[in-house]
Design a protein around this ligand. Structure first.
Ligand SMILES: [Zn+2]
Length: 481
């Protein structure tokens, strides 16, 4: 009897100790988050840093918004030129100068068209804000156009590295597929860490027309998202996964690059039909994607797959669409790509296709489910947990079967209809599973990816946090009272 009592006493003590350790750990985490949280102000903008994310809100005319962007993100903008130089020299096998000349001859003429003056002015504002704060002109208009055009020019440079163009896992669900019958969307970015780790900006954009407000996840210096995760004030949510192995070269003579088309849609689109129309209008075929869009007002979701001459649209108010870098449209896949991996568990797209299909059979998906799915490490080819290039939360880093590429999942995001009403979402920076990345000790074989250690920082473990534009939401509440 006494022995049993002793055992129970010991058990209680160990539970108490574990609880106290847990409490101490979470208090430590909260202290660290508070320590890392900073604020910065500008008349046309506001910046806050937390858990690896930077939340920024920019207001006013296109030039004013750009100025605030350049002023507030001046430290982060300093990294753009060396990263762009690294990316084009390593993956496009060209010099920064030649690359910028190519952008001048193929992209710049679009920005001279008054239709895109709102983007051109925003870019010039970024340069002016940066110069005002730093007295430096290293971030100029040409660099920013080149930076914004990087993904559009992959095929032009015959860029064949699948790790760098096979970007993202995602899904969007509605009706009986979600716990409340409303919308739920999740996405993670698969990307070279140089670009992925600085795509940590949750940017709230408030144009003069208040109905055009939207938020996007982005990197400093970009006027579109590029990771393609956004929520608009009028109720549209969106993300995408790229379609890999495109077999044509986009033509920008008349064709408008994707970063302009999607930026216009985020700002001016009011319905799913608007998004299709704006993405189709003079489509250059660059950065082919399986777009996932949702309208939180009508509870309708859409998968819009777009190549050059072929596109495919599926819409529903009850079901799930997902993406994993292989087009669902057999026609698009057969005629505009060389992709044969769609259902092959040995391929990076096929493995994730099979896994996502299985995980998304569940009805009544919650936010917790979405986080679990987007952080999943089950490899269907190996039939086991295996953090690698075949998993939804992709890990190429230092893996022989991923060519030792410094790339993979660099974040995780989830949003539902309720969060979307305040343009907020939950996100984690670094990877969806929160893994730590350290440069030290990476194998020598990673050198085939150039001098990546000069442009990529270590990534500590971060928690999932709620991203919201606190300042504007507070102002909004005050103006309503
Ligand atoms: Zn992971």
């Amino acid at each position: 009897m006494t022995r049993r009592l002793n055992r129970s006493h010991k058990l209680k003590r160990s539970h108490k100790l574990k609880r106290s350790h847990k409490l101490k750990r979470s208090q430590k985490l909260i202290r660290r988050i508070k320590r890392n949280t900073t604020h910065q102000n500008h008349p046309s903008g506001f910046l806050k840093q937390n858990a690896g994310w930077i939340t920024i809100s920019i207001h006013g005319t296109p030039f004013e918004r750009g100025f605030a962007h350049g002023y507030l993100l001046h430290k982060e903008l300093k990294r753009v030129r060396p990263i762009l130089k690294y990316l084009v020299s390593t993956y496009y096998k060209t010099t920064l100068q030649e690359y910028l000349e190519t952008c001048k001859s193929s992209i710049h003429h679009h920005l001279k068209n008054p239709e895109w003056a709102f983007v051109e002015q925003e870019l010039r504002g970024i340069c002016a804000g940066y110069k005002h704060k730093t007295k430096s002109t290293t971030i100029n208009y040409d660099i920013l156009v080149g930076w914004n055009s990087y993904l559009s020019l992959a095929e032009k440079y015959e860029h064949k590295d699948p790790d760098n163009m096979s970007r993202c896992s995602a899904f969007i669900a509605a009706g009986s597929a979600t716990h409340d019958g409303k919308l739920l969307m999740a996405h993670n970015t698969h990307c070279n860490f140089s670009l992925g780790f600085i795509s940590n900006v949750a940017m709230y954009v408030y144009p003069e027309n208040s109905e055009s407000a939207f938020m996007m996840q982005t990197a400093p210096g970009l006027v579109n998202s590029s990771t393609d995760w956004f929520i608009t004030k009028c109720g549209i949510i969106g993300c995408e996964t790229t379609i890999t192995k495109i077999n044509y070269v986009p033509d920008f003579t008349v064709g408008v690059p994707y970063f302009l088309r999607i930026r216009k849609a985020m700002e001016q689109g009011r319905s799913l039909d608007d998004y299709v129309a704006m993405m189709m209008d003079r489509n250059a075929g660059d950065y082919a994607c399986s777009w996932l869009f949702g309208d939180t007002r009508s509870n309708e979701i859409m998968r819009f797959e777009q190549g050059l001459n072929i596109h495919d649209i599926k819409r529903t108010t009850d079901g799930v669409f997902y993406g994993m870098n292989s087009a669902f449209s057999p026609e698009l896949r057969a005629l505009e790509t060389t992709d044969t991996g769609f259902e092959n568990p040995e391929s990076r797209t096929g493995a994730r296709n099979l896994r996502l299909e299985h995980l998304l059979e569940k009805k009544g998906l919650t936010i917790a489910d979405a986080k679990r799915i987007i952080s999943d490490h089950y490899d269907v080819a190996k039939s086991c947990e295996n953090m690698g290039p075949h998993t939804i939360c992709k890990h190429n880093e230092n893996q022989e079967d991923a060519d030792f590429s410094p790339s993979g999942a660099t974040d995780g995001k989830v949003v539902d209809t309720k969060m979307a009403t305040t343009m907020s979402f939950e996100g984690i920076m670094g990877s969806s599973c929160g893994r730590v990345f350290r440069k030290r000790g990476c194998p020598d074989a990673t050198k085939k990816h150039g001098n990546w250690k000069s442009v990529i920082d270590d990534m500590p473990k971060h928690p999932w946090i709620r991203l919201i534009d606190h300042r504007s939401n507070r102002q909004h509440l005050h103006s309503e009272n």
